[in-house]
Structures are given as C-alpha cells and as structure tokens.
Design a protein around this ligand. Structure first.
Ligand code: CS2
Length: 495
C-alpha cells in the first residue's frame, strides 16, 4: 500500500495530515528545485499557513534536472512525509501543500505554462549555489555558462533558472500579466540581490527593454533559510513505513529546528507565513551573515576536516572533543567579531543551539554530502569572514585550516591513499591543478588560490592569508587532519 489521497484516511491517529480542502487548492506558488530541503522547509510553512487559514497557495514543484522526485511523488498524489527526529524521539506528518510536480527537461513548455498563470504570484527557489549560474566570487551571471549560452540561443525551451524565469516574465509582460515575486531560499548572502542581478543581466542579453521592465517590476526579496535536512536513506523509508503503515517512496527526514527570515517585499501578495513562525523583516542581511558564517562555515569545516579524519557524519565529527572545541573556537573567536546583529538577537544562545543541532544523533548527515560544491560555498562561508578579519588585523588560524581542508579534500585522495569522490562543478579543473602540483603545499596552495571564480582577485595577494593557508595545508599533508584540528582547538590565538 502506498501513501496517497485514498490511504490518507488509514494513517494512525498521531500522524498529522492536511486539514484543509486540498482538492480545492489553487496553484499560487511555483517552486523551482523540488529537493528535500524545500519539502522540509518552505512547503511546511505553507502547509501550516493553509491549515491556519485557507488560501490560493498550492505549490507546483519543478525539478530542473532529475525525474526522481516526480517519479516518487506522482503515484502518491504528491503527498509525502516529514519525519522530525532527535535524541528525544521522532514524529511523522504528511504534507499536502505540493499539489503537482514537474520535470523541466521533459516538458519545459508545461513549466512555462504554470509560470505565466496569473494565479501564480510567488516563485520560490532552491537550486543550490550552482543553480544560479553565477560566479561565486562576484555574484555576477556567468555568461559563458553552457546552460546560459543555450538559453540565450533558444529562449523558448530553457534549461536554467534564469532562462525559465526571464522567458516566463517576457510572456507575462507580453500578455499584460503582472510579474510574480521571486524568493530565493538558497544559502547565498543577499540571495535576492544575486537573483535580481542574474535576471537583469540575462534579460539584458535578450532585450534591454525587457531588462528594464524586470528591474522596475520584479521584486526579489532576500531570505535566510535554516533547517538541517540530510539526504533520505533506505532506512528512513523503512522507518516511515513502520510509522505510517503505508509506503512513502520519498519522505524527508529533518530536525525539530526550523527558521525562515524573509525580507517583506511581495507586491503581488504572499501566504501569511508570519502567522506560522516565519520572521518577516525589512533587512535580512545580518541574519544571512550570521547563519552562513556560523552554521554553514562550521558545517564546511567539519565536512572537509571531519571527512579527512575518517568521520562519516557531522554527529560523529562533533562528538570528537577536539572538533567540538575547534568549532566552538571558530565561532566565538574568529566569526563572532565579524557579526553585527540587531538588538535582541541572542548570539550566545544561537551558537549553543548550533552545537546541540550538530550533535543530533538521530540525523545521519554525511560529511561527504556537505563537502559537495565547495567551490560554490567557500566565498560566503569562509572567505568573507577571512577578508573582514584580515582588514581588522585579526588572526585567522581556524578559518585558514578550513580553507586548507578544502584544498586537501579536492586534491582527490584521502589520508589512507584512497580516492575521494569529489562532487563539484569545478572538480575536473581542481583535480588537474592538484595532480600537477602533487602533495606539496607550496605548490598546491598557490595553484588553487589562482582559481579566481572562488578566491577573487584580492585575497590571493594578501601575504598573511597565503601564509596561513599554505602553512595549514602543509601541516595537513604532514600531520593529518585530526592532529591539525586538535592543535588548532588548543592553541589558536583568540584575540
Ligand atoms: C549544509 C546546508 O550541505 C550543506 O552545505 O551546510 O545544507 C545546511 O544543512 C543548511 O543550510 C542548514 O540550514
């Protein structure tokens, strides 16, 4: 038996399910990037908002690449389970706010048809960093990106995020339909500004008048999203089947914590997300910075250094006292001085909660998963903090070890000489540089620092940065990651 609209009524009493009239739900949101994160985060806020007060906010989910999610959800009437877990136990609910799932490469016309519907007033986006087709170091559209080149040449059958949104906006403009609001929910600083920038530039390459219409009329608010959602495993599916009594081919597993801070700029309207826990504000930037520099930076450091130390999950990594001290020191001594939070934000409480969240033994969040796409993540997670610290003349020991950990990781061989499955849009280029340099910090560090997409033009010329990263990398090669973390946890300067 499969989870679907018919079996919904057979679920055990404790399993929460949609309380609203799902059949009467109109599509008001198109979501691009129908991954686990969206289904455990924005779709849950929208579900809660619908439960509280019904409105025209059903979600059409779009996968830009693979059919897997649609294949799992279509036989389930797009219903799926969110399993929330921590040391205290687990609880399942079935979410119904996604009412349709599409696969863009199979039928781009269907996606465009949804995007031009006047009832669609918000487009939410989780396509991960690389889905923006931008240069990570600058945030500008990468005009040589093969998908962008293809979408400019053939705008009617797009492949990329900017390609779909700009073509849909062009059609709305031609039809006299007001534009939708585009809400980025990816881990990029000022993600709304990045989104507005790539849309404007892509439109300029097509038609300057369209670019002006988009610039004047399309709101791209920024948002900070936070919920840890590891990839779903076969054991997770089995656990959900036990709890539900029916099979769910693609549940999502997550932690109790959830946060969404949204810049409140929605000229076309939006669900009342603020009634169900989202924080609507005029300026998201301090919250984005706090989260990227504390949570995501710690995550990436644990991913590279933890993986190299032989740890499979974040919970295993942070259970090592040396890592726990290292991460706490990174956050307190090196990141916190670069943050300026609005009055009332309890940073100490936030950081203490992060250490508890990382330690959640019920989530198997793999270091390898977080290690993916480092070239797209490093700038906002580590390098911005490093630039601020250098400008203040302050030490960067732990941050530099994190960057060196990435370099050691992308060289493609672990400390036992086994190959590392490096997933990154720049993997081939990084690997070629690493192969040419060999296991030598004085050759590998400058080679990787020369990758301008990641490091930009300035940092690679900062002598203290180059020294700190090269020394750390050298120690990683000679002493190993675990010993380096132990040393940095104990000795790093805190001034
Ligand atoms: C993680 C994030 O995979 C990663 O890079 O750091 O997905 C992280 O789990 C989320 O941002 C938490 O909100």
């Amino acid at each position: 038996m499969r989870l679907n609209a018919r079996t919904l009524g057979t679920l055990p009493d404790g399993v929460r399910r949609p309380r609203y009239d799902r059949a009467g739900l109109e599509t008001g949101i198109v979501h691009i990037g129908l991954g686990a994160f969206h289904r455990a985060h924005q779709a849950v806020y929208t579900e809660d908002a619908l439960d509280r007060a019904f409105g025209p906010w059903g979600i059409c989910g779009v996968s830009l690449r693979s059919p897997e999610t649609r294949d799992a959800l279509a036989p389930q009437d797009d219903l799926y389970t969110v399993l929330v877990r921590d040391a205290g136990g687990e609880r399942a609910r079935v979410v119904g706010s996604v009412t349709e799932s599409l696969v863009a490469p199979e039928d781009p016309a269907a996606v465009l048809e949804r995007l031009v519907r006047p009832s669609v007033r918000v487009v939410t986006v989780t396509v991960t960093e690389k889905g923006y087709c931008h240069e990570p170091a600058t945030g500008a559209l990468d005009e040589r990106h093969p998908g962008i080149v293809a979408d400019i040449a053939n705008p009617g059958a797009p492949q990329t995020l900017p390609g779909f949104l700009v073509e849909a906006l062009a059609r709305r403009r031609a039809a006299g339909t007001a534009p939708f609001t585009v809400l980025s929910c990816d881990n990029l600083p000022e993600n709304g500004v990045v989104t507005a920038g790539i849309l404007r530039r892509f439109a300029e390459l097509r038609d300057p008048a369209l670019a002006r219409w988009i610039e004047d009329g399309v709101a791209c608010p920024s948002s900070m999203v936070d919920r840890i959602v590891p990839a779903t495993t076969a054991e997770d599916r089995a656990a959900v089947a036990r709890l539900l009594g029916v099979e769910d081919a693609w549940p999502v597993v997550t932690e109790p914590f959830s946060q969404w801070v949204i810049e409140d700029r929605f000229p076309a309207g939006r669900p009342a997300w603020e009634t169900v826990g989202a924080e609507l504000t005029a300026d998201v930037r301090p919250f984005e910075r706090m989260k990227l520099r504390l949570l995501n930076a710690s995550h990436s450091c644990m991913a590279y250094l933890g993986y190299l130390s032989g740890y499979e999950t974040v919970a295993q990594t942070i259970a090592d006292p040396a890592f726990a001290r290292f991460v706490a020191g990174l956050m307190d001594a090196e990141v916190t001085p670069t943050l300026a939070m609005p009055a009332g934000v309890d940073l100490a409480g936030y950081k203490a909660a992060l250490l508890r969240r990382f330690a959640n033994p019920a989530l198997k969040h793999r270091t390898w998963q977080i290690a993916m796409d480092g070239s797209q993540k490093l700038p906002q997670r580590l390098l911005g903090t490093i630039a601020d610290r250098l400008a203040a003349g302050a030490p960067i020991d732990r941050l530099a070890l994190g960057v060196a950990g990435w370099m050691r990781y992308v060289s493609g061989t672990d400390e036992q000489g086994r190959p590392i499955d490096v997933r990154d849009p720049l993997a081939a280029r990084l690997r070629a540089l690493a192969d040419e340099a060999g296991p030598s910090a004085s050759r590998l560090a400058p080679a990787l620092l020369g990758v301008g997409d990641v490091f930009g033009g300035e940092l690679p010329h900062h002598p203290e940065f180059v020294r700190a990263v090269t020394d750390s990398l050298d120690r990683l090669f000679t002493r190993g990651a675990r010993a380096c973390v132990e040393a940095a946890a104990g000795e790093a300067r805190t001034a």
